[in-house]
Design a protein around this ligand. Structure first.
Ligand code: MN
Length: 257
């Protein structure tokens, strides 16, 4: 089977492979990532929904071809029955990542304080990186929500719900998330363009945090990415106001406690 890749002027080519056979649950993704990193190939590998493995590979043509040769055999524990390879556009990846694997916990807490806001927190290297989002997240890709970086919180705080001095907090959403995008974390956060996939009860699919102002209080925009989970025209904060822990709204908590 000829290997068809796209040759860019830079000498960087990109290919995508669909690998069928006994390829899930046999260390195929780990082995492919190790080989790709050794070869200097970037992109990703992930499990498909029908037992297949998908590989996106880009880099110098010879290195990509070497990785595709590896992909055809897989690690000794795999039995590859069929590989389909397509030429694709070079996307500019800076890492070779395993996609579809949880990077940790995320939580969104609704917080009545001096100013009402939502706190988006993502687990990164053992702490919860945090952004205060005054209007809360949106599932509408056309809506850009201000997100102000605030201090890290402890993971133990994720389950906190209750009154605070003069206000209160509810756990508005929570779940796991995946790192996305072409740049490795946490560098993507430091550079101010971080893409991630949320698996929450309310928030699902791809989101981006795009920094707009640096300095002492860096500001970003939180934007829903256009994918199958996007809900144009929706207002998830208004539609689903209740705590995912207790079923209470923040107003009920403030009244009752
Ligand atoms: Mn807060």
């Amino acid at each position: 089977m000829p290997i068809s890749t796209e040759r860019a002027d830079s000498g960087v080519t990109a290919a995508r492979a669909v690998v069928r056979g006994e390829v899930q649950g046999v260390g195929y993704r780990d082995a492919t990532r190790r080989r790709a990193r050794r070869l200097g190939v970037t992109g990703w590998v992930r499990n498909g929904e029908d037992g297949e493995v998908l590989v996106h590979a880009e880099g110098p043509e010879r290195a990509v071809e070497e990785l595709l040769a590896f992909v055809r055999d897989g690690p000794p524990s795999a039995r590859v029955s069929e590989v389909a390879i397509d030429r694709v556009k070079v996307e500019g990846h800076e890492q070779f990542a395993i996609r579809g694997v949880s990077a940790g916990a995320f939580v969104v807490q609704e917080h009545a304080a001096t100013a009402h806001h939502f706190d988006l927190r993502l687990e990164v290297d053992g702490v919860m990186r945090s952004w205060a989002v005054p209007k809360g997240p949106s599932m509408d890709p056309a809506v850009k929500r201000l997100a102000v970086e605030v201090e890290d919180h402890a993971i133990a705080h994720n389950a906190f719900e209750g009154p605070t001095g003069g206000g209160g907090v509810i756990v508005w959403d929570r779940g796991r998330y995946e790192q996305g995008g072409r740049v490795a974390w946490p560098q993507a956060l430091e550079r101010g363009h971080a893409v991630f996939v949320l698996h929450g009860e309310k928030l699902r699919g791809g989101f981006a945090l795009q920094r707009t102002h640096s300095g002492e209080k860096p500001q970003s925009l939180l934007i829903k990415r256009r994918d199958e989970d996007a809900r144009p025209g929706s207002d998830v904060v208004a539609e689903l106001p209740r705590s995912v822990l207790s079923g209470r709204t923040l107003d009920q908590l403030l009244r009752d406690d």
